[in-house]
Design a protein around this ligand. Structure first.
Ligand code: MSP
Length: 652
């Protein structure tokens, strides 16, 4: 269709190291909600998801099972596809990194970036565990040992190809500054900007210690690093170097959606790869929070995952999708529990929306035999309900445009409660007793039907089967497929003569008593799954469980402080007593650095003080804070500020 607007949305491509859990389902359902919303708005949508299948861990796991890697992943990928069918995911394409189309594109890109000099051969140095045949960075080691098997590791070098990332850092910073929506939410943008500013190292983009990957085209001793391979799926999926017309139509992507664990790969490495290829950057990289379990993060290796298929079987696809979309507030983490899910179904779906529909149908049948008469009498209250519907539409639209999924459903839910309140306010059962009020009663019924029509359109991207099921009772639409989002913004589209019929309950209530431990969709306790290639190759990267939020960090009141006096603590070899100037204030701090600094050396230094640490008495002296220092077995090095920054300024 000419002039049709295009919309390209992606999820991460998931590791098929094990079956996926409810966390992965969250991203895919959220992206699906967006894709359906955009289709209803008239966009030509390309929704891409898939699997990230290469890497050493998968190769090893397959070998342990006596299988070829491809045979090993084939089975899991089949399950993943079935899961997406069960969740009614409407993806346009499903890409596997083991497909020929991906191999071709990855090799062409690698060769091109090499030829232009942005990829070069050098030495990779890392801690190598020979039984595991894996390199680890210093941070990944656990107590200096292999984090996988606990054995000793040795510092080794291997020849590798490196990607020159720092060259593009200034351009990337400029892009982020001039495109405030590029990285969302804002807290993630700040994290990414700080990371880039702290200096980007060259990225090691090839491996020689295993074979399960795409060979470097001009040197088959090497395979391409899994993340370099995986990110390219977003180009391959829309025909880069293979189908120019398709590529032109959909690239750049409108949104790459993911959780916060992999934002740096998408907001640093990926844009830099695109810059090296002279391609436009995606319009938005959006990181949502995590679904946690009460005991902490859900992870395949912890074996505490929830299988979404079992939830769908038990509660139905609409309810599970509704729960997921409503649960995570924009950018925040949320906690999964089956009780919350069941309560959500009972409160929002059975009580509010379900009841609104069934009561309205029952009243139209009781008072008018199923068809609302055309005589109408409106009063001021009706304007209120109409305004509430208009607001729900515009808020839901604005929130969805921002990918603020939960807030979008809150906007819809407000309309449903307003409509339920309208029933109480208008008391149709009293109007029905008075023949002179027939016009008024008809108006109330019509307005309720309008609210239901609008609410059903708004929930359609989230609950794809509800509209059809409800329509069997409501008879509002001839063709559900043709319903447009904007129809929810127009009051009065319900046709005169619409006939409603009684039907089955759309959302049966969940009996909370059936949620005893026995009946719960169990957290699967499984043997440790093979972890896949760890996403740790941005050197210095924080491993996911170590993340704190920016709010956590902001609780630390770090200040520049000038040492104005210093003396040794009597009868204590290790302690110095420092007098610090912090803005207009002076403080005393006791610090265990006496074996590394003399008092004279300390005076005049501008140090970093943790100013809101609870004061404590050390050897009878009240210490009001702590100064920061780096240390190893040999040295202690007090952190200082080298530029002329006045004492009292914040360190952040
Ligand atoms: N293969 C890489 C992605 C490459 S994209 C070019 C990868 N795969 S993964 O299987 O580990 O999936 C990570 C993604 O799964 C997260 O970014 C998020 O979208 C989703 N989630 C996994 N666990 C999750 C939660 N507990 N909560 C929310 N989302 C979660 O990383």
């Amino acid at each position: 269709m000419p002039n049709k607007k295009n919309y390209y949305i992606t999820t991460p491509i998931y590791y098929p190291s094990d079956n996926l859990h409810i966390g992965h389902a969250y991203t895919t359902v959220a992206a699906d909600c967006m894709a359906r919303f955009k289709r209803m708005q008239g966009y030509d949508v390309y929704y891409l998801t898939g699997t990230d299948e290469h890497g050493q861990k998968i190769e090893r796991a397959a070998r342990e099972k006596g299988m070829e890697p491809i045979a090993y992943v084939d089975g899991i990928v089949a399950n993943i596809r079935e899961l997406w069918q069960a969740l009614l995911i409407s993806n346009t394409d499903f890409i596997r990194t083991t497909e020929k189309r991906q191999e071709e594109v990855v090799q062409k890109i690698f060769a091109r970036v090499y030829e232009q000099g942005d990829i070069f051969l050098s030495q990779y140095e890392g801690w190598y565990c020979s039984p595991c045949e894996t390199f680890f960075t210093e941070r990944q080691l656990q107590d200096g040992k292999c984090p996988d098997c606990g054995r000793d590791v040795e510092l080794l070098q291997e020849e590798s190809y490196f990607f020159n990332m720092s060259k593009y850092a200034p351009r990337l910073l400029e892009h982020i500054a001039s495109h405030p929506d590029f990285i969302q939410p804002e807290s993630r943008r700040n994290e990414v900007v700080n990371f880039i500013k702290s200096g980007l190292e060259d990225l090691c983009v090839s491996r020689t210690t295993f074979k399960w990957g795409i060979p470097v085209p001009f040197n088959s001793d090497h395979v391409v690093y899994v993340w370099f391979d995986a990110l390219i799926n977003y180009l391959t999926g829309v025909g880069y170097l293979q189908d120019d017309e398709k590529f032109k139509k959909y690239w750049p992507a409108d949104v790459h959606l993911m959780a916060k664990d992999i934002i740096r790969f998408h907001a640093i490495i990926w844009p830099i790869m695109l810059m090296a290829l002279d391609l436009p950057l995606p319009k938005k990289v959006m990181a949502h929070g995590w679904i946690m379990l009460e005991g902490g993060k859900m992870s395949k290796s912890k074996g505490n995952v929830i299988d979404p298929r079992l939830l769908v079987e038990k509660y139905g696809v609409d309810a599970v999708r509704y729960y997921l979309i409503k649960e995570l507030s924009f950018g925040q983490d949320g906690t999964y529990s089956e009780e919350i899910l069941a309560n959500r179904i009972n409160a929002d779906l059975a009580n509010d929306l379900g009841n609104l529909i069934s009561r309205t149908i029952a009243m139209i049948i009781k008072y008018f035999g199923g068809v609302i008469p055309e005589t109408r009498t409106s009063v001021a209250l009706d304007d209120e309900i109409q305004t509430a519907a208009g607001q729900a539409y515009s808020e839901a639209t604005a929130k969805l445009e921002k990918l603020d999924f939960s807030a979008y459903l809150h906007a819809e839910a407000r309309l449903v409660s307003r409509a339920n309140k309208y029933i109480d306010e208008t008391a149709p059962w009293l109007l029905a007793k008075d023949d002179s009020q027939t016009g008024r009663l008809a108006t109330v019924m019509y307005n309720l039907l309008e609210c239901i029509r609008i609410a059903l359109i708004l929930t359609h991207p989230t609950m794809p089967t509800l509209m059809e099921r409800a329509n069997q009772q409501l008879g509002l639409w001839d063709n559900i497929e043709a319903v447009k989002w904007e129809e929810a913004g127009i009051w009065g589209l319900t046709q005169a003569g619409t006939r409603v019929n009684k039907g089955e309950s759309l959302f049966p209530r969940i009996d909370l008593k059936t949620l005893g431990e026995e009946e719960k969709v169990e957290e699967k306790k499984e043997p440790e799954a093979p972890a896949t290639e760890p996403p740790l190759e941005i050197q210095n990267a924080v491993v996911e469980d170590e993340y704190i939020s920016i709010e956590d960090f902001a609780r630390l009141d770090l200040r520049v402080a000038e040492v104005i006096a210093c003396e040794k603590m009597k009868k204590a070899d290790k302690l110095l007593i420092l007098r610090l100037k912090v803005g207009d204030e002076e403080r005393t701090v006791v610090s265990g650095i006496a074996q590394h600094y003399t008092p004279e050396e300390m005076v005049g230094k501008k140090v970093v003080l943790l100013a809101n640490l609870k004061p404590t008495k050390l050897r009878g002296v009240m210490s009001q804070g702590m100064i920061l220092a780096a240390s190893d077995e040999q040295y202690v090095d007090v952190l200082t500020v080298t530029k002329d920054i006045a004492a009292g300024n914040r360190v952040k």
